[in-house]
Structure formats: C-alpha cells, structure tokens
Design a protein around this ligand. Structure first.
Ligand code: HEC
Length: 145
C-alpha cells in the first residue's frame, strides 16, 4: 500500500466512522473552493479590451440598433424605457460598469415603472463601451456630468 493511499484511508476510511464527518467536511470545503470563483464569475463585470478607444459615432450606430427601441431616439426615452439623458444616469450614479451589467444580465425595475430591462444579447464588452461613450458624450452636451 503506498503512502498517499494509506493517508487518505486514514482520513476517509469508512470502517472508521468517527472520522467520516471530518472527511465529508474536507470534501465540502474543497468543492466550495472550486465552485465559488465560478459563481463569482457570473457577476463579474464584462471588461472591454485593454487599450480600446471607444468611439461615440460607432456607439450611436449600436445604440440605435439595440437600445433606442426602449431608451428612445437621441436618448430621450420612450414608452418602454427611461431617457439616458437623466440625472439618474450621470456617471457618479450609474458608472460604466452599470452599462456592462445591464446589457449582459438585464436590470430589475427600480427607478422607473417601465418594468425590467431584459438582457440584450449579441453585444461584446467593446460594443457596450462604444455605446457608453456615445451616452456620456450626449450627457455632457446636456449638462449631465
Ligand atoms: C426592452 C427595453 C429595453 C432595451 C432594449 C434596453 N433597455 Fe436599458 N433599461 C430598460 C428599462 C425599462 C430600464 C429601467 C429599469 C429601472 O426601472 O430602473 C433600463 C435601464 C438601463 C440602465 C440602468 C441600469 C441600472 O443599473 O439601473 C442602463 C445602463 C441601460 N438600461 C442601458 C441600456 C443599453 C446600453 C441598451 C442597449 C444595448 C439598453 N439599455 C436596452 C429597458 C430597455
């Protein structure tokens, strides 16, 4: 019998019941250590490529296609979603990460009465960074900073 095997038998041997709880505890801790980072990844903010220079014009085209149906032409809002030209969406209240998370995972209704925002599929983190650059530019023009 090799050494490792006899050691693991010493911890987990099922003919020694007093040690079984310790063995199970060890297994649970190992399983948690493996699965926790995986769970944390689900709420990780999607990161744009390092060095990306977000382009508001590219962002406007993506916004018009993916967001305007609810957030309105020219960010003015619609009967399905709030205007992005609102103090509520100024950078200090809804930072760029809020845009990444809302697009990836959707957003529960909490500021308005339009209902939840569903996730918007098919957009990369870079696409969302472009859209955010467009929103920030228009917000600055409207005095929201
Ligand atoms: C189907 C309608 C719909 C579409 C499409 C949509 N949104 Fe939204 N979005 C909403 C609604 C409704 C809210 C407000 C939820 C609330 O009450 O706070 C919202 C909120 C947000 C918020 C704020 C999230 C927060 O943390 O409070 C951001 C940022 C946002 N949207 C960005 C976008 C972007 C960018 C797109 C396009 C890629 C987009 N939305 C497409 C409906 C939509």
């Amino acid at each position: 019998m090799n050494k490792t095997f006899s050691q693991s038998r010493a911890i987990c041997a099922n003919d020694r019941y007093p040690r079984l709880p310790l063995c199970l505890l060890t297994l649970v801790i190992v399983a948690m250590a493996i699965s926790l980072p995986a769970a944390a990844q689900n709420i990780q903010v999607p990161q744009p490529s390092p060095g990306l220079m977000p382009n508001p014009a590219a962002g406007k085209a993506l916004y018009d296609k993916n967001c305007a149906s609810c957030h309105g032409n020219n960010l003015q809002g619609s009967d399905k979603g709030p205007p992005m030209l609102s103090k509520i969406y100024e950078p200090s209240h809804h930072g760029d990460a809020a845009f990444q998370l809302a697009v990836r995972s959707g957003s529960r209704a909490h500021h308005w009465k339009f209902g939840d925002m569903p996730p918007v599929p098919g957009l990369s983190a870079d696409d969302v960074a472009q859209i955010t650059a467009y929103v920030r530019l228009e917000q600055r023009k409207a005095g929201i900073r």
